[in-house]
Design a binder for this molecule. Structure first.
Ligand code: KIV
Ligand code: ZN
Length: 513
């Protein structure tokens, strides 16, 4: 590392939109990707890996637009060790103020066998592709995929070749979540010691969580000299996911005494982005997840509650406000006015113009009429509710009435507005949700299959809103629909229709892979 200022600074590389979105079912729409990228940029992420441009037309367009819009972050795209991939990546990221090309190849014996390259042939490929990338862009990241299962000598050799060919960041991925903290640190130390030129570049750590050690492995690598941590919001990612951004950042902040490294992340934005990623990906955050789980700052036992009332530090090592949880206990209700709603939403991270507020206020009033107390989580669910007919949705739920009880079959009387025309049907099913879904299928026949149906109570109490996520698949395309309502069956029907609308958009927009 030639810049001494970087010695105590850890760069945060977020790959929610690439490695995170790659996890089955976490597909995000174009606009959702733009929104998450903006939130990442605003929170101070140093590098955003915005996608894999050659993977699809949709990925290419998303990376290009994120690159053009981002204000602060370096925008990076992924590419395999192939010049056409790299060219496509460059075409997308070149619009950024600070573009980066990330290129990778699997270097472990298992991965070398797939393209059937021997060690020398692979070295040549690395040299050629990194050189090609460097001729396009002066910010190049190179990754030896499955580095933690690559022979040490060979790893040193390929890293040296990549540095000589012009890589400015070398990322060391624990692709299968196999390493452990001490080994993760030793690997970085070995590379720093043995590879000529290692002190001229930045080492990154990229860990997967298959054994639940991703964050620990990333922090161990930092202590050994890595200065870029690759992570995702909520730890989203394939299989058990990736290192979670919020865990790394808060660990560095809270334990700065033993890990004296800083990041530029505005931690008060963590909770908002965590909730947004959970909504758009359809992957709810587990209640006991560190930092962002619903219970991370909840105290149930009498001893804990008593201690908390006397001194919050007895059972909390960080303050809820540090991660953007508002401490105000103002509960909204049907008498709350527009100004109170605006101020409450601002506390929750939503700033909006008059027109948007007008629309949200109408929906808030409708909710407050049905629910005596509207909590922060209710408002967040309202803000994240996509299933309440957007004006340009082709299919909209106009009305739904269900008959249910101990004597089946249950029945749903549904009216959908399709392309502006109302259509009604009565359908039966095994329970009111099944009956409602059958009614949607009768009114709007489609071949998409339901992959996941998930109901989540937003707050406590029998009048709680339910957030429903519905994941559907059609011809390899996966979408997630979402809606919230105090009536679980209505939320379910709207979430289903929301997913259908997303499929319709994707049918129109997605070009052949
Ligand atoms: O896990 C991994 O190896 C990756 C690479 C593409 C960097 O995500
Ligand atoms: Zn990965």
């Amino acid at each position: 590392m030639n810049d001494t200022a970087i010695q105590d600074r850890v760069l945060i590389f977020d790959t929610t939109l690439r490695d995170g979105e790659q996890s089955p079912g976490a597909t995000m729409s174009h606009n959702e990707k733009l929104e998450i990228a903006q939130l990442l940029d605003e929170m101070g992420v140093d590098i955003i890996e915005a996608g894999f441009p050659i993977a699809s037309e949709g990925d290419f367009n998303a990376v290009s637009e994120i690159a053009a819009r981002s204000q602060n972050a370096v925008i990076c795209g992924l590419s395999r060790a192939d010049n056409r991939d790299i060219d496509r990546c460059w075409e997308a990221v070149k619009h950024a103020k600070q573009p980066r090309i990330h290129t990778f190849i699997g270097t472990s014996p298992l991965h070398r066998a797939i393209p059937n390259l021997n060690q020398d042939e692979m070295v040549e490929r690395i040299h050629d592709t990194v050189t090609h990338a460097r001729n396009l862009c002066d910010n190049i990241q190179w990754s030896p995929m499955d580095a933690t299962r690559t022979e040490d000598d060979y790893l040193c050799r390929v890293v040296e070749v990549a540095i000589k060919a012009g890589a400015t960041t070398i990322n060391i991925p624990d692709t299968v979540g196999y390493t452990a903290p001490r080994e993760s640190a030793e690997l970085i130390r070995m590379l720093l010691e043995k590879v000529p030129g290692a002190d001229e570049i930045i080492f990154a750590t990229h860990c997967h969580n298959d054994l639940g050690m991703a964050t620990a492995n990333s922090l161990a690598a930092v202590e050994a000299g890595a200065r870029q941590v690759e992570c995702t919001i909520n730890g989203l990612g394939e299989r058990a996911g990736n290192t979670a951004l919020e865990e790394v950042v808060m660990a560095l902040k809270v334990r700065n005494d033993i890990m004296p490294y800083r990041t530029d992340i505005d931690t008060t934005k963590i909770m908002n982005i965590s909730r947004r990623v959970a909504t758009v990906s359809g992957f709810q955050v587990q209640y006991n997840k560190a930092i962002v789980g619903k219970n991370a700052f909840a105290h149930e036992s009498g001893i804990h509650q008593d201690g908390m009332l006397k001194n919050a530090e007895t059972f909390e090592i960080m303050r809820p406000e540090d991660v953007g949880l508002s401490e105000t206990n103002i509960v909204m209700g049907k008498h709350s006015g527009r100004a109170a709603l605006r101020s409450k939403l601002k506390d929750l991270g939503y700033e909006m113009g008059d027109n948007q507020l007008k629309d949200v206020f109408v929906r808030f009033k409708a909710l407050a009429d049905r629910k005596k107390e509207v909590y922060d989580d209710d408002l967040l669910a309202l803000m994240n509710d996509e299933g309440t007919n957007a004006a340009n949705d082709r299919v909209q739920v106009k009305s739904l009435r269900v008959v249910c009880g101990t004597e089946g079959p249950q029945q749903a009387d549904l009216t959908l507005t399709i392309d502006g025309v109302d259509h009604s049907v009565s359908a039966t099913g095994d329970g009111p949700v099944d009956a409602s879904f059958n009614a949607v299928k009768q009114l709007f026949p489609h071949s998409a299959t339901l992959q996941l149906y998930n109901v989540h109570a937003v707050t406590e109490g029998t009048d709680a809103q339910a957030t429903v996520s519905v994941r559907m698949e059609e011809a390899g395309k996966i979408v997630v629909g979402q809606s919230a309502d105090t009536d679980t069956v209505v939320a379910s029907a709207r979430a289903y229709v929301n997913a259908l609308n997303k499929l319709l958009v994707r049918r129109e927009k997605t070009a052949p892979a």
